[in-house]
Design a binder for this molecule. Sequence first.
Ligand code: SAM
Ligand code: SF4
Length: 340
Amino acid sequence: MDQLSPLAQIARRPALTDGFGRAITYLRVSLTDRCNLRCFYCMGKEVKFLPKAEVLSHEEMDRLCAAFIRLGVRKLRLTGGEPLVRHGVMSLIERLGARVAAGELDELTLTTNGTLLAKYAPALAAAGVRRVNVSLDTLDAATFSQITQRPGLADVLGGIDAARSAGLAVRINAVALAGINDAGFDSLIRWCGEHGCDLALIERMPLGGMPAAHYLSLDAVRRELAQRWTLTPADGDAGSGGPCRYWKVLETGRRVGFITPLSHGFCSDCNRVRVTCTGALVMCMAQPGDIDLRAALRGGATDEGLEAAIIAAIKDKPVGHQFNLGEAPGASQRMWQLGG
Ligand code: SAM
Ligand code: SF4
C-alpha cells in the first residue's frame, strides 16, 4: 500500500506533458458564457447564450479542476464570459480556494471585467485569491461605452478600488484598438501608476468569424511609448510560460506588458490549456479539436477515467497557433466562449 500522503503523491507524479514536451501546469476555466458587457471585439452584437443544462455545475467544475490538479496543474485562472455573473459563484471560488490553502494549488486567479468587483472583492480575498486581471480598455466613459456597448466605467473603476482595498494585486488588461483607444495609452499608464496596477496591452485576436479590425501592432506602440516613458525590460511572467512580456516604467514604478500573439508567437513555451463552461478542453485557442470532458463527467467516468481522457487529449496539443490578420483557421469559438 502507498504510504505517501495525498499531497506527496501529487508531487511525485510526472507532470502532464504534451507531445512536444511542454509541461501543462496552468488551466484557465470559463465559468460561464454569459456577460453583462458586449465588447465588440469579443461578443459582437448577436450573442446566443447556452441553455443552463449545457453548462457544467459547480460540482462538475470542481471535479474537473481536481482532476487537472492531480495531474500537475498548479495555477488556475477563472474567466468567462464574465465569471462574476455566474449564479452563486463564490461557493465555487471558495471550494477552489480551499485547494490553495491545502497546498494543492499555487494560485487561484480571476480575469474579470470589474463591473461586479466592488461586491465581490472582499470575499475573493477571503477565499484565497491574491491577484485579479481587470479588463479596462479606456478611462474615457464614451469610449468605454463604444467598446463595451454598455455603460459601466464608474462600476469598473469602483471595482478596482475595492479590489486594491481588499489587498488584491490588480493587472489591467487593455485590448489595443487602432483609432479607438490608442490615444489613451499614456493616460492608462499614468492611472495604473497612481493606482498601483500593472498594465497589459493586448493585440486584438481574430476569433469566432470576426477579423481583427482595428488591429494595432504592439511593437509599434511600444516604440512610440518609449519616446515618452523610460521603459526597461522587466522579468514578469517571462519564463513561466505566460505570453506577457513586461517593461518597467521608470516614471510610475509599475510595469507595462505587451501580449502579442500576432506580431510574435508565444507558443514554444506554452504551459496552458483551457476548459470552457461546457467542459470542452481546448488545447489551443486558435486550433480546432476540442475534447468533450462533459461527456466523461456525465457518463459516469471514474476519476481515473477522467484523468486518462485528459492525459490522452494533452498528448495531441498542437505545436502552435495559426493566427494571422484574418481569421485563425480553427478558431470557431469567440473569446467569450474561450475565456481569453
Ligand atoms: N469578462 C472577463 C473580462 O473581460 O476580463 C473575462 C473574459 S474575457 C474573454 C478575457 C480577456 O479576453 C479580456 O481581457 C478581453 O479583453 C480579452 N479579449 C476578448 N476578445 C479579444 C480579442 N478578440 N482579442 C484579444 N483579446 C480579447
Ligand atoms: Fe464580456 Fe469580457 Fe467579452 Fe467584454 S471581453 S464581452 S467583458 S467576456
